[in-house]
Design a binder for this molecule. Structure first.
Ligand code: ATP
Ligand code: MG
Length: 604
């Protein structure tokens, strides 16, 4: 491709609305263009990158025996009502765009395809002989994200590869899951990314596992905890660890203390000269179940620990049936305003004890009359602890479970693991923290959708059984941008060779020099014919501008038909290292072929 004929517009300055380097660079280098909030045009250079990533994804998927298909993006609401997700997706989370057609039928724009694929499996899979089966697609997904940001990282329209597998049992599902683990690792390695596979939260679906593939980068929205020995890595949402030991309490007798102005843990510890590990703090949440019932939640946890809201949400989802509900649609710390909607009298905030009376709640049809009380394991282990006295300005010290406070029947792990904690598998290892961009997620779904939507098969004994299911997603557009987030310098993008839009760019420093032009044209043709994807910068611009642009768009090799042509050579510059060599014109093709093959092969 000739730059003179391309829609090639680069910006000198950082666009105002871009926050992270990859977003700025893709905009500046003319790869993408913002059309609306979370909506981007993939311009020709970007489209080539996306095609390359897609190709790697296809190759790895096909190698596992999965088959490509294409499912509809317009999805009838009825399917989502069958699975029970219509209301959560359109109302509670509101992530799904929905519309009504001319026949007054409700439709959604596909954010994901479990419902569609399960409907197909229900109709078409009859017998164990058809299993296992794995279908995947590469497609644009729609999600009305609350906070679209960082360009392609979190768009409202983005490209995903999603695959769904069906099995006779869990053992077969686990085999495919393992294959996917390998396939995803291959995809990321081949795309030139530094990544970590981490244990991930599977939500309330239950025991089955899930792994996220995280590209390591400061701009990542996720926190990953891992140990140096490589034996443990998890998303902080899921991570477990051993907390630091609690210091023994010096309050050996139970008494109520006047502790004015100690509504925070810090102030209280200073006032009582004690460690936060000797405290039981009681954190108030409110949750709304899918039947509209609000339940007030009190979590007792050791004073130096924080609540992991993902774990808490999972625990509360398990309790949903106690309230005649199936799932949770909201969980948050009630602010003053929302407290007013249910608090019968003002709460002694900062001084709450595990046994705060249910009388604080004004019950009605929508508000459950009792607190649900959860005790985190870290609180349960404490002896002679300090906690609130349910009265502003007062705490109790030297308290014990079973003596002054009844221990909740809901003892749970809702503690947030953090860097510096000791690892469970080996307490000598401490957890370290890194930021990650989630580019892929593989998931053992089990029978969730097959049960709710009635997708079954007949086994060898002629019995009807629910299908076991897995799903596997990789964000193709997010992955492409992540590569930039991991690889750039002050001058621009440094694409990994395997996914660069072009391998090489031939730059003519002076297009009025006939010899420069002739050699450049010859190389351009020759390289492209040899399968080296090459751009030709034949614009009537100053050499400096051309070099700057080549650096900015990040093409791995730049060939300059400059002074060296007097000696029958051209200058070849490697973008990543800036290593410059003068190479005999006739040898450029073979040298580049080798370098490119080597760069791609290392990753294979
Ligand atoms: P996140 O937690 O980042 O919102 P998710 O858990 O909703 O991601 P999945 O539903 O598992 O994501 O989707 C599979 C993959 O699709 C993700 O791993 C990610 O790479 C990509 N993805 C998800 N949402 C977006 C988005 N809004 N923009 C771009 N890519 C996305
Ligand atoms: Mg999401």
């Amino acid at each position: 491709m000739r730059l003179s004929q391309m829609l090639f517009v680069t910006l000198r300055d950082d666009p105002a609305d871009a926050e992270i380097p990859s977003h700025k660079l893709l905009l500046r280098a003319g790869y993408i263009r913002r059309i609306g909030s979370g909506i981007y045009a993939y311009l020709p250079l970007m489209w080539r990158v996306l095609q390359k990533v897609s190709q790697i994804v296809r190759q790895e998927m096909n190698a596992t025996g999965a088959q490509e298909c294409l499912l509809p993006q317009l999805q009838p609401a009825d399917l989502w009502k069958e699975s029970g997700r219509w209301d959560t997706y359109t109302k509670a989370e509101g992530i799904m765009f929905s519309l009504i057609d001319r026949r007054e039928q409700q439709l959604g724009l596909g954010p994901t395809h479990e419902e569609v694929i399960t409907a197909i499996a229900r109709d078409m899979i009859r017998s164990y002989r058809q299993l296992p089966l794995h279908l995947y697609q590469l497609q644009t997904k729609f999600r009305d994200e609350i906070r679209p940001r960082f360009g392609l990282m979190r768009g409202r329209e983005f490209i995903m590869k999603d695959g769904y597998s069906f099995h006779v049992d869990e053992a077969s599902l686990k085999e495919t899951y393992q294959d996917m683990y390998q396939a995803y690792s291959n995809m990321l390695r081949r795309s030139g990314l530094a990544f970590r596979a981490v244990e991930a939260d599977s939500g309330a679906i239950g025991g089955s596992g899930s792994t996220e593939f995280m590209v390591l980068a400061e701009a990542g929205e996720d926190e990953v905890l891992f140990t140096e020995d490589g034996k443990y890595a998890a998303n902080v949402e899921k991570a477990v660890s051993l907390p630091a030991d609690a210091e023994p309490s010096r309050f050996t007798t139970y008494e109520k203390r006047d502790t004015p102005g100690t509504e925070t843990i810090d102030k209280l510890c200073q006032f009582l000269k004690c460690s936060p590990t000797q405290l039981v703090k009681n954190v108030l949440y409110q949750t709304v179940y899918d039947n509209g019932i609000t339940v007030l939640v009190l979590v007792s946890i050791r004073g130096d620990q924080e609540v992991n809201e993902v774990k808490l949400q999972n625990e509360l989802t398990k309790l949903a049936s106690n309230y005649g509900a199936k799932t949770i649609i909201a969980l948050d710390v009630p602010n003053v305003e929302t407290q007013q909607t249910w608090a019968a009298k003002s709460l002694p905030l900062g001084y709450i004890a595990p046994d705060i009376a249910d009388e604080y709640i004004t019950a009605n049809k929508q508000i459950h009359p009792k607190f649900v009380r959860l005790a985190d394991k870290t609180a349960v282990e404490l002896k002679n602890f300090v906690t609130g006295a349910n009265e502003t300005g007062y705490h109790v010290v030297g308290a014990n479970w079973s003596a002054q406070f009844q221990l909740s029947e809901n003892v749970v792990d809702v503690r947030k693991a953090r860097s510096g904690d000791r690892a469970l598998h080996n307490p000598e290892q401490t957890l370290q923290s890194a930021r990650g961009i989630e580019v892929g997620h593989i998931f053992q779904l089990g029978t969730k959708y097959s049960l709710s939507m009635g997708a079954s098969y007949t086994n060898e004994q002629g019995e009807e059984k629910p299908l076991f299911m897995g799903c596997y997603g990789v964000g193709v557009s997010r992955l492409a941008q992540s590569a930039v987030e991991q690889s750039y310098d002050k001058d621009g993008i440094i694409w990994p060779v395997a996914i660069a839009p072009y391998h090489a760019i031939v730059t003519i420093p002076n297009i009025n020099d006939a010899q420069q032009v002739e050699i450049a044209e010859k190389l351009y043709t020759e390289l492209n014919q040899a399968g080296i994807e090459t751009l030709l910068d034949d614009r009537d611009e100053r050499a400096g501008v051309k070099f700057k642009d080549a650096d900015l768009i990040g093409i791995p090799y730049r060939i300059v038909t400059g002074r060296a042509i007097a000696n029958g050579k051209v200058e070849v510059v490697e973008r990543a290292t800036r290593k410059s060599q003068e190479i005999v014109i006739d040898e450029v093709k073979s040298t580049l072929k080798q370098s490119i093959a080597a760069a791609i092969e290392v990753k294979n």
